[in-house]
Design a protein. Structure first.
Length: 388
């Protein structure tokens, strides 16, 4: 190991300091469950209507199929770099690896930016705090925490992720228990949605349980990675999809308690045309001012932790590509805490710049939709490559 102004090159690799629950909740943080329900799930509900839960189930199954392949690959490779390493070793060599690596960087940075933007959008809409205030603060926190290292975010993820899961389940149960709520079979409404629209809804649904994509680049820092990473990938997909399906179904049941079916469909169309979240509107109808602290919690927890998870994942991909000589060697430098700081800062600053510029140009809601959709297309390319 050599030292240069407090920054070290690591001939052994990054330290294995993460256990199963560390990466499970860090990955769940990458899903940002509550924020996903207020944003991605809202888009699914607006597009697919009462067939929304089916779109989420389909999206979860696609994510699970993708994740299953990645889980099997993770048993072979327990090194930092995730998809890039898998593609380089088993799917065509260096050129395929570089292609997949750059696609992963595109996906992770855009997806992380979309989460940070969506948190600021929700805060602006409900709390009236301009995104020009909340977004820079969120991005500054993401950059700072990423610089401090992976253990800081993992500890916070376990605590905050547990609270978030409990809160989501409790809110869903309260909505399901709403007087005059209308229970329905979402599969009966699938044929009422044009197939192209349903597929668009599925693309957004895939975005909800994809936090597992942040696990694989961290394999080099996970204890007993071959067993731990595989189990965490599969469990986090099932958990994220189940929470989202429960949340969107309970929201629709509650909405139908005070709207007739045709009014509910009209409400979804009007809300989406105005760039508003139907899930937030229905929650606000039942929770009132109690929704405000929930939004603050989601903004801090999901916006920051979601973006942070993808910055860490992107930085480990940069690190691995630099270690293999595909990028400048400076990107493989680590500090005394075992953090590849140059790769971390480049990943974080790229996310910061994209989030700020896109939001300034097209506004927070449009920026979220554009970045979310583009990142999911890149995600599909990555997993199609992994399935070859």
């Amino acid at each position: 190991m050599t030292v240069n102004n407090g920054v070290h090159t690591n001939a052994v690799g990054l330290r294995r300091v993460l256990g199963f629950w560390d990466i499970f909740f860090a990955s769940l943080g990458g899903q940002s469950p509550f924020l996903s329900d207020l944003t991605y799930a809202s888009v699914v509900l607006a597009i697919a209507g009462l067939a929304g839960p089916v779109a989420i189930i389909i999206g979860t199954l696609i994510a699970f199929a993708n994740g299953f392949v990645v889980a099997r690959l993770s048993k072979r490779i327990a090194e930092t770099g995730g998809y890039y390493k898998y593609a380089t070793r088993y799917l065509g060599g260096v050129y395929t690896g570089v292609f997949v690596g750059w696609n992963y960087l595109f996906y992770s940075i855009l997806y992380g930016a979309a989460y940070a933007i969506s948190a600021s959008y929700i805060a602006q809409w409900i709390l009236g705090i301009p995104w020009q205030v909340t977004l820079p603060i969120s991005l500054a926190l993401i950059t700072t925490l990423a610089y401090l290292g992976i253990r800081v975010s993992a500890k916070y993820a376990i605590f905050a992720g547990s609270l978030e899961m409990v809160a989501l389940i409790l809110i869903s149960l309260v909505l399901l228990a709403t007087p005059h709520g209308v229970f329905f079979n979402p599969f009966n409404y699938v044929t009422s949605v044009p197939l192209p629209l349903l597929m668009v809804a599925v693309v957004y649904a895939i975005a909800i349980p994809t936090g597992y994509g942040t696990i694989t680049p961290l394999s080099g820092e996970v204890k007993k990675a071959r067993e731990t990473v595989s189990r965490a990938i599969q469990l986090v997909i099932i958990t994220g999809g189940a929470l989202a399906a429960l949340a969107i179904y309970s929201t629709a049941v509650a909405g139908l308690s005070y709207m007739k079916l045709n009014q509910f469909i009209e409400f979804l169309n009007k809300a989406s045309s105005k760039g508003l979240s139907p899930v937030v509107i229905i929650l606000h109808h039942f929770l009132g001012v109690l929704l405000d602290p929930i939004v603050i919690f989601a903004m801090i927890n999901d916006g920051v932790l979601g973006g942070l998870a993808y910055v860490l994942a992107a930085s480990r991909t940069l690190y691995a590509m630099a270690e293999d000589g595909q990028l400048p060697s400076a990107l493989s430098l680590i500090n005394s805490k075992g953090n590849p700081v140059i790769s971390v800062l480049i990943s974080a600053l790229a996310l910061d710049a994209i989030a700020l510029v896109m939001t300034y140009v097209v506004g927070p809601f449009a920026a979220f939709l554009i970045l979310g959709f583009l990142s999911m297309l890149a995600n599909l390319i990555i997993h199609l490559s992994a399935n070859l």
